[in-house]
Ligand binder design. Structure first.
Ligand code: ADP
Length: 470
């Protein structure tokens, strides 16, 4: 049930509970200390009284008769003790003083020679009164006596009782005040959360650019609001990219479809000869090939975005993979009159990778080099082992060309979807601007990224680094 309560109420409950426990333990401790101090005071008082009896007996003249002694004691202690709480008996069993109040409760008093302990403290009730008393043996002028004396606890008990009820009342009021202030404090502390919740509830796919209030308090709530805003920014970016992807895809497909339609309409407008129909068919085929390639790339991107493409990572020997891909490209390079080199530093270099995906990445880089490098220039694919520390060794795969290069401005954007700069020099279909975006995604899946170094008129070098180890 407590879990279902609002945090504000739970905080207040916890706060009050802890505060109550603290108040009551402090009150208990204070009460115990006062009680302890009064017991000490009473003990001192009792000892003082016993001492005064001993001093009195010692001050009596030698050889004094029992009757005179009894008379002296009576006249003195009737006044000072008001016949209360005092009893004195000597070692022969003669009562020197007997308070009727004590005698009513304790008719006997142990003779001094039979007392086992030097002093015995105890508490008893006499009528409506509580008395703290001591029984103690003393010796005066060679005779042993047992003295029993006491003090009433009425004042002490009433002070303690007052103190107890005051402490209880104080704790009770303290608890009420602290619970109220706890409630208002937690309300104040949680108000920003309520504001963030209210704003977050307003945000939907229609107003993804709205943000929750940013707090400038530098505390956990400020961190929460800025984390939420960063999350909203990522969601908005993702949403935007899906939107623009759809718009771009539709736009890309519209041109070839329009071309197909116009071609067919113009051809069908009036009868034509066989060559003309053939030409239309060839153009249609070319457009269909381009559309097929575009749709393949779009599908790959969509699958990557949706997380449907599942890569299977297994040990891959990079020289084997590169030789296989390069072999397939060698002929196309030679037909295009581009000098193609392979520089593999090692013959065995294992990495953990998805074979097909990595092949796809290399294909994209080599196809770009083939499409954008003028004839007579060079393209080189290299494999290098880097790093000395065993656990930090990487394999660098690079495709470098001596083509026209890419300007610094465009280098920043060529990995964006549908971004294209140069007109391809060869290939059946126009460029789509998707290749490098796909390649970058594959590199990212391998915990890496594609780097580009390029300068206009000199050439470009695309490279990717993979951690060595299978
Ligand atoms: P596409 O090649 O279909 O346009 P990419 O994403 O592969 O798509 O490439 C994006 C752009 O980067 C290309 O339009 C081209 O201008 C530039 N580019 C890529 N590779 C090279 C290269 N090797 N040399 C020069 N420009 C390149």
């Amino acid at each position: 049930m407590i879990r279902e309560m609002p945090i504000r109420v739970r905080l207040t409950l916890w706060y009050s509970l802890v505060f109550a426990a603290t108040l009551f333990s402090l009150g208990g401790a204070a009460l115990w200390m006062v009680q302890h101090a009064t017991v000490q005071l009473e003990t001192k008082e009792l000892q003082q009284r016993v001492r005064s009896v001993r001093l009195f007996l010692e001050s009596r003249p030698d050889g004094e008769s029992s009757a005179s002694l009894l008379e002296a004691i009576k006249s003195t202690y009737d006044v000072t003790h008001g016949k209360r709480w005092l009893q004195i008996i000597d070692e022969h069993g003669m009562w020197l003083y007997r308070s009727p109040l004590v005698a009513a409760v304790y008719p006997d008093l142990v003779l001094p020679q039979h007392l086992r302990r030097a002093e015995t403290y105890f508490t008893y009730r006499s009528g409506t009164q509580s008395v703290r008393a001591v029984i103690q043996p003393i010796t005066a002028k060679g005779t042993r006596y047992t003295v029993q004396t006491g003090v009433t606890l009425d004042t002490t008990l009433s002070i303690l009782s007052d103190l107890r009820s005051h402490l209880f009342l104080l704790s009770f009021f303290g608890l009420i005040v602290s619970s109220l202030s706890g409630y208002f404090l937690s309300k104040k502390a949680l108000d920003p959360v309520a504001a963030i919740t209210a704003e977050a509830q307003r945000i939907s796919d229609k107003n993804l650019s709205a943000r929750v209030p940013e707090l400038d308090t530098r505390d956990e709530l400020a961190a929460l609001s800025s984390t939420l805003n960063q999350m909203l920014q990522r969601i908005e970016d993702g949403y935007q990219s899906v939107r623009s992807f759809t718009a771009n895809a539709a736009h890309e497909l519209r041109t070839p479809v329009a071309r197909l339609r116009t071609g067919a309409e113009v051809t069908l407008a009036f009868p034509r000869d066989a060559d003309s129909y053939r030409e239309t068919c060839e153009r249609t085929l070319e457009t269909a090939v381009h559309m097929g390639r575009l749709i393949d790339q779009l599908l790959s991107l969509a699958r990557a975005d949706a997380g449907i493409t599942i890569l299977r990572f297994e040990p891959v020997n990079l020289p084997d993979l590169i030789e296989e891909v390069a072999e397939e490209w060698a002929e196309r390079f030679s037909t295009a009159k581009i000098v193609f080199h392979q520089e593999l530093e090692v013959h065995e270099l294992w990495v953990k990778a998805d074979y097909a995906a990595l092949r796809g990445l290399l294909d994209i880089l080599l196809e770009n080099a083939w499409r954008y490098t003028p004839q007579g220039r060079e393209v080189t694919v290299t494999l290098r082992q880097e790093g000395l520390a065993k656990d930090r060794q990487t394999a660098e795969i690079a495709v470098a060309d001596t083509g026209d290069g890419i300007s610094a401005e465009d280098q920043k954007r060529i990995f964006e979807r549908f971004y294209r700069v140069a007109v391809p020099l060869r290939g059946e279909s126009p460029n789509t601007g998707i290749g490098l975006a796909l390649a970058q995604w594959i590199a990212e899946q391998h915990q890496s990224s594609i780097e580009v170094q390029s300068s206009t008129g000199v050439g470009s070098r695309f490279s990717v680094r993979l951690p060595i180890g299978s």
